[in-house]
Design a protein around this ligand. Structure first.
Ligand SMILES: Nc1ncnc2c1ncn2[C@@H]1O[C@H](COP(=O)(O)OP(=O)(O)OP(=O)(O)O)[C@@H](O)[C@H]1O
Length: 585
């Protein structure tokens, strides 16, 4: 037991961002206010997971884990609803840190997006993404009290706020282990979708809808509306671990609610992937592909990975060893039978079984994406728009799965506006005699369209892949060729597209070269510092001149990126090289 200390009641100001968020909650942009209960139950469930794990790892921890559960208590007279757990709880300092501030890095961006979305339909979706769970209580309550005691500590803490800029903190001697959050409910206002949360029926219905899969019992105590309650408190959820059940037993809605719980997302996932591995090393996995890319997907410290359970016991969030970095957008649960409960991140990185699991989960995910592409083009287009740039990193870092990745990697081309093709489809419609897969890279579609390099290709009707993600510069190099056809940049090296009717004959070209030799020589001299060579070209039809890189050089877009002018903070794995240029006239 830790020493207790008496702290007088102190009033604190919310951090600026927290205050802004609270204001948004109070004047809620979120039409479905019922979700506050999902958020509080979700926090309670996490707190129970944490305590069970802490006790497993340290048996001397002075905490009771004999009946871990969540309680919902309704008091109609006082118009309160309390969500209580006997989980890990929080210390006095933790309450101040976790509840009074917003630790999430993306908060500033979130607030900006939220303000922009205020008038649009997007605002609702944003809230779920940014871990503002606890604050959602202020959508339905005008005062919130949190009483908590950290497992192993003697003294508790009481936190109270009306959400108006300040909160109070005081020590409490009467706090049981765990946390209770009491909401002093606003009057019901069905017109604004503010339901009566003192209604037993309403509360039961919300739990069933949003939290049925929570693996801890959620019990209704106090006013249960069921007579004298002699049969003991009623458990509202079925507690079924969805990943351990066969797919035909579980509804899509149930999967989606689990996704929202673990993915901290409000929207439905795009795809649900289930895997049940039997044999010497058994595990079950339930993976989800979100429908939207998170705002920090390309940040170096993006938290990636799925939740790891061992025999139904939660072990860790963000277990990155189970999927490669290019699948970092995948969320889900993996429950392994034969791992130690004490397994650490370091051990996982070196474990041979984990490496096998990663291989299998990767293949399963890629085959699901392939099936999605084949069966539901529209859904796949959403997937590719959101996550294509990430998946393409795999073309560089995961040669073993390169074919599977190329089977789903989709590119816009000069042929069909908006429609995408795989390299396979490009080859299928490639005219006889074409000896390369042509591509162009650039920062945007517009810059590509205006590129003089496109002229000859446009003129001859040769299909060109339009690549605008920074990673494109690198994977085309790493992959090099597809089915024997080299991938070639239209902006690099000598290009011979074959003669057209109106093209000049060899003799004429030689004559021209002689005619312009003086001018070219003069230019070469003047531009000596800037370019390697100046020569006549057939690749232009309208523009007078263009810059061309040598076949092995960086393209201008990549060069820009390395100089720090490119898309900020973006990581491109495996890039290298330096640059020289040729100017053509
Ligand atoms: N019932 C609880 N027991 C113990 N700690 C809690 C409880 N509720 C909240 N916390 C702590 O407060 C933190 C902030 O909670 P909050 O709901 O605001 O965000 P979050 O849970 O981290 O994110 P999200 O809502 O996206 O899950 C939690 O991460 C947790 O550490």
């Amino acid at each position: 037991m830790r020493e207790s200390r008496i702290m007088p009641t102190e009033t604190f100001e919310f951090q600026v961002e927290a205050r802004q968020l609270l204001q948004l909650m109070i004047h809620s942009v979120y039409s479905d206010k019922d979700v506050f209960l999902r958020e509080l139950v979700s926090n309670a469930s996490d707190a129970l997971d944490k305590l069970r794990l802490a006790k497993l790892r340290d048996d001397s921890l002075d905490a009771d884990v004999s009946d871990l559960h969540i309680e919902l208590e309704i008091d109609k007279d006082a118009r309160t609803l309390t969500v209580r757990d006997n989980g890990v709880g929080m210390s006095y300092d933790e309450v101040g840190q976790l509840i009074g501030t917003i630790a999430h890095s993306g908060t500033a961006e979130f607030l900006r997006e939220l303000r922009e979305a205020q008038d649009g339909a997007g605002a609702e979706g944003l809230i779920g993404q940014f871990g503002v769970g606890f604050y959602s209580g202020f959508m339905v309550a005008d005062e919130v009290t949190l009483l908590t005691r950290r497992a192993g500590e003697r003294q508790g803490t009481r936190w109270t706020s009306r959400g108006e800029g300040t909160y109070t903190l005081e020590t409490a001697d009467d706090a049981p282990q765990g946390t209770s959050v009491t909401l002093h409910l606003k009057p019901a206002d069905p017109d604004n979708r503010l339901n009566d949360y003192t209604s037993v029926w309403t509360v039961k219905e919300i739990v069933k809808r949003y939290s049925d899969f929570i693996t801890w019992p959620i019990r209704l105590v106090g006013e249960t509306g069921d007579g004298d309650g002699a049969a003991g408190p009623e458990t509202l959820n079925s507690m079924k671990a969805l990943w351990a059940r066969s797919r035909d037993e579980v509804s899509e809605e149930e999967y989606h609610e689990l996704y929202k719980h673990i993915g901290h997302d409000w929207r439905e996932p795009l795809e649900t992937i289930q895997l049940n591995a039997e044999g010497t090393f058994e595990y079950q996995a339930l993976l989800f592909v979100p429908s939207h890319a998170p705002h920090d997907l390309f940040n170096q410290n993006f938290k990636r990975g799925v939740q790891l359970y061992v025999k139904r016991v939660f072990i860790m969030d963000d277990c990155e060893a189970l999927l490669p970095p290019y699948l970092r957008f995948v969320k889900g649960v993996v429950d392994a039978q034969d791992l130690s409960l004490n397994v650490s991140r370091e051990i996982l990185q070196q474990d041979r079984h984990i490496a096998m699991m990663q291989r299998r989960l990767t293949k399963k995910t890629l085959s699901s994406l392939k099936a999605m592409r084949a069966n539901d083009a529209e859904r796949y287009a959403t997937f590719w728009r959101e996550f294509g740039a990430v998946l393409k990193e795999g073309l560089i870092t995961d040669p073993d799965n390169r074919d599977a990745l190329l089977a789903v990697a989709s590119f816009t081309t000069t042929h069909e506006d908006g429609a995408t093709v795989t390299l396979g489809q490009y080859l299928e419609r490639m005219p006889e005699g074409q000896d390369a897969i042509w591509f162009v890279t650039g920062e945007s579609r517009e810059s590509i369209d205006n590129s003089p390099h496109m002229e000859a290709f446009r003129e001859r009707g040769i299909e060109v892949l339009l690549l605008t993600d920074p990673v494109d510069e690198v994977w085309v190099d790493a992959v090099g060729e597809y089915e024997g056809k080299p991938l070639r940049s239209i902006a690099k090296g000598e290009i011979d597209l074959g003669a057209r009717e109106e093209d000049r004959s060899e003799g004429e070209r030689e004559q021209q070269a002689e005619e312009y030799a003086g001018l070219l020589g003069w230019m070469r001299e003047r531009l000596d510092e800037e370019v390697k060579e100046v020569r006549l070209s057939t690749r232009l039809t309208v523009s007078p001149a263009c810059l061309v890189a040598d076949a092995n050089d960086l393209t201008p877009a990549l060069e820009n990126m390395y100089r720090g002018h490119g898309p900020g903070g973006t990581r491109v794995p495996g890039a290298s090289s330096n640059s020289t240029r040729t100017t053509r006239w």
